[in-house]
Design a protein. Structure first.
Length: 73
């Protein structure tokens, strides 16, 4: 595994985990970020969490496809 591929997989894991945490527990993410309580901030955190989770899936999918195609040999 090349260094850039390992970096891509690491970023994919980190953004996926952060996105899933913001998506599932927006109250905890809101408290950690210091945002005010309210419906708008919950929606914004859920949208941002889904976007981060999608980024993690996207990068992880590319890293997996590249590895399975034999590009890292």
């Amino acid at each position: 595994m090349t260094r850039s591929l390992a970096l891509m997989a690491g970023i994919a894991g980190a953004t996926g985990a952060a996105g899933l945490a913001a998506l599932v527990k927006p109250a905890a993410a809101r408290a950690w970020l210091g945002l005010p309580e309210g419906e708008a901030s919950s929606y914004a955190l859920r949208i941002a969490g889904m976007m981060l989770f999608a980024l993690g899936l996207f990068l992880g999918g590319f890293a997996a496809a590249f590895t399975l195609a034999g590009g890292a040999a």
